[in-house]
Design a protein around this ligand. Sequence first.
Ligand SMILES: Nc1ncnc2[nH]cnc12
Ligand SMILES: [Zn+2]
Length: 355
Amino acid sequence: MEAYMNSISTTPPLAADLVSFIEGLPKAELHLHIEGTLEPELLFALAQRNNVALPYASVEELRAAYAFTDLQSFLDLYYAGAAVLQTEQDFYEMTMAYIVRSRADNVRHAEIFFDPQTHTERGIGIDVVFSGIARALREARDKHGFSSAMIMSFLRHMSEEEAFATLEQALPLRAEYRDLWIGIGLDSAERGNPPEKFARVFARCRELGFHLVAHAGEEGPPEYVRDALDVLHVERIDHGVRSEEDPVLMKRLAAERIPLTVCPLSNLKLCVVDDMRKHNLARLLHAGLAVTVNSDDPAYFGGYMNANFLAVAASLRLSRTELVMLARNSFEATFLPAAAKQQLLLELDGYCMAH
Ligand SMILES: Nc1ncnc2[nH]cnc12
Ligand SMILES: [Zn+2]
């Protein structure tokens, strides 16, 4: 919330009816790291339960440390924070907290990243990670009709060999999690870790029939976006905001309607932009790209889905039509079967007619 407040402090407030329109707008979240939803309060509670020492005396002190200068300064804290996750129940509670929070934002479907290497490196079994996350997602589906999927992401600061080893560990679980585990992603430090580094493991995942996505063009150059498409054969680009530096790439992204999962508050917190009013989301949208709004690591960046929508709506003065385009793009960009996608699009149409 803090980043949102700073960015709009010199921007006129949104009309109350537009705020409530955004809050109730049905939406899909396609760029969310479940480890990035670990709020300081839960992080402290898990540290205590699992006897993990923290270098912070209080929740407030920890929150005060969330002042990032770039992606790496965030990743250092994010990986350290994830060390409190030890048991299946811990992963369950973290995931359930995210579901409660995103249902309140009227997120109707979420495709969630998880980073097994962050945990297996510390001796946590990969089955523990899958099981805790999936138990929460299945419970939310059965109790509330909350629709979701899991995207297992490789850490790009690690080697391709280590990514292959993670894939080998995970594949025996595939049948057990067939209802949820639909895709493979690529995240962590982008600069100096180009898509080609993971060409072989992505080719294998493609053969295995997974959906493919990758972070590209967050801090890295537009060539990484092009190579994520041409070398890794991804179907969506996570972030992709630096694509704007390459007009040929922009034309292609628009013509092929390749979804970009943009994360406005993340971009502000990680200094990809220094002012939300300068964010290129509206320009990308107007250039015909399939832009979506997402929260990335909401516990660290100051807001969940609605905070992201409200921040761009206020700073970029987005109209209802533009906001609906963003929500529509989010449903169209899901990996849901056509009928389920259509159902969500109809729900969105119904909402627009009623408001
Ligand atoms: N914004 C981001 N970029 C790259 N890797 C990440 N892992 C978690 N959040 C990330
Ligand atoms: Zn991300």
